[in-house]
Design a protein around this ligand. Structure first.
Ligand SMILES: Cc1cc2nc3c(=O)[nH]c(=O)nc-3n(C[C@H](O)[C@H](O)[C@H](O)COP(=O)(O)OP(=O)(O)OC[C@H]3O[C@@H](n4cnc5c(N)ncnc54)[C@H](O)[C@@H]3O)c2cc1C
Length: 399
């Protein structure tokens, strides 16, 4: 049977390795650190087992749901509690995000909840721009929104949402990564509003994202156990610098390998466990995305105990807040506390515990000639990464 060596034991590496092993192939995963999972990780804060990285996944396409079912975790898939996410604009009060949108791109630029965020004049301008004939569809989400809806819609609404989800500006996000069907929907409907409306109508009912009771990190031991059950081998603490020297076909599942094209992006995550009864009513729903120029350093805040029922129960009256930063604040916990107070509109006198994690997301690397899976090629986000890893395994097995 074919031999495969998988470099990197994050989600992409584990998914591709498991699928190859399930077909009887001989597979070894090499992971540089002493821990599997990469950006899907667990930590304890205030005695609670929490996600230190990814905490949800997009249900689009059904691939993650199907995988969790195979791993015996299907019964633990949970939807977030109902309620909108909010936006903290550059100035003024926080507002609920518009309901009918794709990554912040509204289906109707003139809807009341859009007008409240971008202003009447910007909404009208967007409506007029989007009636023009659809020429060549731009490559990036930023160019697309600028062209069809104007700068104000991009800066005030779409950029904060894209940054919160993908940690990048819409100018760097290819249209396909916003939604695999967006380009076709644009061509068919001839307008951005029409395309978003069509994709929203086609989406299954319910939330666009889901989580796992107990935390998304539970997928990591489940994948590793299944891989080993299927005969796959896992080697921890082995950094691979020359994949060509490995046995069999090398599959690169380590973002940034072999040589990153540019310095990586940094994401700092500060988690606070607090006591504050005023948060019981979830004053900002599941949390806020923050527009550039707002008077806080955080780029997003997730009110995790308002978002996940299982966590609300586990936290037993306490609240869990996750704040993310592009640059580490000098005093992360003090800054996160002050930012959380400003964003949520409540004082937080009792911080029970806090944790600060720094992630570096390597930029895409030139990996021509290699088989590559994971964030390098699929972009940030578990749904796209799992789907691409599954496809790659199927292609390799079909060779
Ligand atoms: C704070 C944060 C929150 C996020 N939240 C979400 C979310 O809620 N939902 C969502 O869908 N996505 C989220 N993401 C994104 C998601 O976590 C990542 O896109 C995904 O986990 C990346 O998986 P990967 O396997 O491609 O890479 P990684 O997770 O980076 O795994 C790569 C692995 O390769 C190893 N490695 C690197 N170099 C070598 C080498 N030379 N030899 C051997 N091993 C090597 C690394 O140690 C690592 O374990 C979040 C990301 C961050 C940082």
């Amino acid at each position: 049977m074919a031999d495969f060596s998988v470099v990197g034991g994050g989600i992409a590496g584990l998914v591709v390795a498991r699928r190859l092993a399930a077909s009887g192939a001989s597979v070894t995963v090499y992971e540089a650190t002493d821990r599997l999972g990469g950006t899907v990780a667990r930590h304890e804060v205030g005695g609670l087992a929490l996600d230190a990285g990814a905490e949800s996944f997009a249900v689009r396409g059904g691939v993650v749901v199907a995988l969790l079912g195979e791993l015996g975790l299907g019964g633990d898939i949970v939807e977030p509690r109902p309620g909108p996410a909010w936006l903290q604009p550059a100035s003024g009060d926080a507002l609920p995000l518009p309901a009918t949108a794709l990554l912040g791109i509204p289906a109707d630029p003139l809807a009341d909840d859009v007008v409240r965020v971008v202003s009447v004049s910007a909404a009208r301008a967007a409506g007029e721009l989007d009636t023009r004939p659809m020429g060549t569809i731009p490559l990036s989400v930023g160019s697309l929104v600028r062209e069809r809806y104007g700068d104000a819609m991009l800066d005030r609404l779409v950029a904060p949402v894209v940054h919160g989800v993908h940690s990048m500006h819409p100018d760097a996000l290819p249209v396909e990564r916003a939604h695999p069907g967006l380009r076709a929907a644009l061509a068919e409907t001839g307008s951005l509003g029409g395309a978003v409306a069509r994709l929203r109508e086609a989406a299954p009912p319910g939330s666009a994202v889901a989580g796992i009771r107990g935390g998304v990190h539970r997928i990591v031991p489940a994948l590793a156990d299944d891989l080993e059950r299927l005969g796959g081998e896992i080697r921890l603490g082995v950094r691979i610098d020359d994949p060509a020297a490995l046995r069999g076909t090398a599959v690169i599942a380590a973002p940034g390998m072999p040589t990153p094209a540019a310095p990586g992006r940094r994401i700092d995550l500060v988690t606070l466990v607090v006591e504050q009864a005023e948060l019981d009513g979830a004053p900002r729903g599941s949390g806020l995305l923050v527009a550039a120029g707002a008077p806080v350093a955080a780029r997003a805040l997730t009110h995790a105990t308002a978002k996940w029922e299982w966590l609300r129960e586990a936290a037993d009256g306490r609240h869990v807040l996750r704040l993310s930063y592009d640059e580490a604040p000098a005093d992360p916990v003090a800054t996160a506390r002050a930012d959380a107070e400003a964003l949520l509109g409540v004082e937080l006198p009792v911080v029970i515990d806090a944790a600060h994690v720094t992630w570096t997301r390597p930029s895409a690397a030139a990996a021509s000639g290699s088989v590559v899976v994971g964030e390098t090629v699929a972009g940030s986000g578990l749904a796209g990464i799992v789907a691409q890893a599954e496809r790659t395994a199927a292609d390799l097995l079909a060779r």
